[in-house]
Design a protein around this ligand. Structure first.
Ligand code: ADP
Ligand code: MG
Length: 500
């Protein structure tokens, strides 16, 4: 087993490690906005998902969307956080043209969920716990459009007021790999809980990455930079690697690192200073007087907790243990809910074979043959006619040598395309299975009788000639039998002759 070791970086004055903390903005799955009834659809025409509240017209009052509150609690419980029975919305004051109110309604020191953690896999059997500081809810801003005209900018307020959850980790990660693993696991969790669709390319999940360096062995944190709004795993890695190099060079030359907010340029993979970091004071946070304190009963929290599904991480651990599969296989299964349910259905629809052997067989064909077929056609499992119980039947008949490998694969492809049962496919394909041993014996005897030279070679001890015999029989039966059973019969028939 290869053990995971976080990377270190050699500078002129010593060896450094990277420290990373993330702030992940996740769009709450909700049909309406956090404080208004406007819809949240991504594809709507510009400025159509907007009402007076979103535009901050004078006298308009926000009304908190209780569904969004529930989603935040559910998410918090999903990472073992502590939902707060009392929390408050606060105004974060700053001016920017995409924010008509002149402040963002967010949460300050009384977030809706405190603490929490979840584990990421570092290698096959090693996990690391990433701790979470808080989850708070807040409203999204609008979007400025700069590329419509050379001398003016436009604004699209569709996104303005959409509910976000901001999940803030402690600075626990020590490599880009760990940071990406964390966001991947978080994405899986959100999708499983259906509290955010996790689509990074649509901006439903955006990551602010805080990066600092410090000498290995030191316990105080170095000065960090925060790279805003990174929206893919690849860009996360690029942004972190770039910051590590840049900061290392500054330590080498003795330059002071400024605590600043940086922008990631997707075109060249570099980060660029945007503004020196505001402190919380700069935002003049204060409790929003328009919104009542959020009170959540312990019963409600308990009820949401009781109804949580099996969490993706728990499922991976269970699958690895129960099925004896690799982390890679577990990741592939658990990262696709449809495939995962389908697979569980299939494997649970029989108790033949030891569970680990069964899983090995079922997953092997699923990941290579079925996925290969689907990927070529850009289809999903649910687009095909293959139902779990039929797959189980096919796998068991293949395993018991009822159906030889090549034929099983032909049947699999046929069912993926046309649906139906294994027997229906056999009929459709006009396959005759030559597995009746007495029939096979006749064919084999015929081959043996008509091949005296090869029989002589076998007699003289050349066992490799068996392959030739099997090939002849495969030709004769048009490949419709199992080479292993053929080999058995050949050996027994040839032994009879050699003993004569
Ligand atoms: P702010 O609210 O100003 O953004 P916080 O102190 O809440 O600042 O931290 C925000 C994020 O930055 C957290 O994810 C935290 O883990 C991370 N962070 C804080 N200090 C450092 C540091 N020195 N190096 C790397 N990450 C850090
Ligand atoms: Mg921040």
């Amino acid at each position: 087993m290869t053990e995971y070791k976080a990377p270190t970086y050699k500078g002129k004055n010593g060896i450094y490690e990277v420290v990373i903390g993330l702030e992940v903005h996740c769009q709450i799955s909700s049909e309406s906005k956090l404080f208004s009834t406007s819809p949240t659809t991504f594809t709507s025409e510009t400025n159509t998902n907007v009402n007076f509240v979103d535009m901050a017209m004078p006298g308009m009052l926000p009304v908190l969307n209780s569904h969004c509150v529930d989603m935040a609690i559910k998410t918090g419980l999903g990472f073992h956080g502590v939902p707060q029975e009392i929390s408050r919305m606060a105004r974060k004051n700053y001016f920017y043209p995409d924010l008509p109110q002149g402040y963002q309604i967010s949460q300050a020191d009384e977030p809706i969920v405190k603490h929490g953690h979840f584990d990421i896999f570092l290698s096959e059997d090693e996990q690391k716990r990433i701790t979470i500081e808080r989850l708070h809810i807040e409203q999204d801003a609008g979007k400025l459009v700069h590329d419509k005209s050379p001398n003016s900018s436009y604004i699209d307020l569709n996104r303005c007021g959409i509910g976000l959850m901001e999940i803030v980790t402690n600075p626990d990660m020590r490599s880009a790999e760990e940071a990406v693993s964390f966001v991947r696991e978080l994405q899986l969790l959100l999708r499983k809980l259906k509290t955010c669709d996790g689509n990074m390319e649509e901006g439903s999940m955006r990551v602010d990455i805080n990066v600092s360096l410090r000498k290995v062995g030191e316990s105080t944190l170095g000065t960090r930079t925060e790279t805003k709004n990174v929206n893919s795993f690849k860009f996360m890695t690029q942004a972190i690697d770039y910051e590590i190099k840049r900061q290392l060079k500054m330590y080498d030359t003795g330059e002071e690192i400024a605590q600043e907010t940086r922008l990631f340029n997707t075109a060249n993979g570099k980060t660029k200073a945007m503004r020196t970091k505001e402190n919380a004071d700069d935002y003049r946070y204060f409790p929003d007087p328009d919104i009542l304190t959020i009170n959540i009963s312990s019963d409600k929290i308990a009820n949401i907790k009781k109804n949580l599904p099996e969490l993706p991480l728990d499922k991976k651990i269970r699958f690895k243990k129960l099925f004896g599969i690799s982390l890679k296989e577990a990741n592939l299964l658990v990262s696709n809910e449809e495939v995962c349910n389908w697979f569980e259905h299939s494997i649970n629809s029989t108790d033949k074979l030891d569970i680990k052997d069964r899983a090995k067989l079922f997953i092997g064909w699923l990941l290579s043959d079925i996925f290969g077929w689907l990927n070529k056609r850009e289809l999903k499992l649910c687009d095909t006619g293959l139902i779990p119980a039929v797959y189980t039947d096919l796998m068991l008949r293949f395993h018991s040598k009822d159906l030889p490998s090549r034929i099983s694969k032909t049947i699999l492809t046929d069912i993926l395309e046309n649906g139906g049962t294994v027997d229906e496919s056999i009929k459709r394909l006009n396959i005759t299975i030559e597995n009746d041993d007495s029939k096979l014996e006749k064919i084999i005897d015929k081959i043996i009788i008509s091949s005296p030279n090869q029989v002589a070679e076998y007699k003289s001890g050349k066992e490799s000639i068996l392959g030739w015999f099997i090939g002849q029989a495969m030709k004769e039966t048009k490949g419709q039998c199992d080479p292993q059973s053929l080999q058995k019969i050949f050996i027994s028939q040839l032994t009879k002759i050699t003993n004569e």
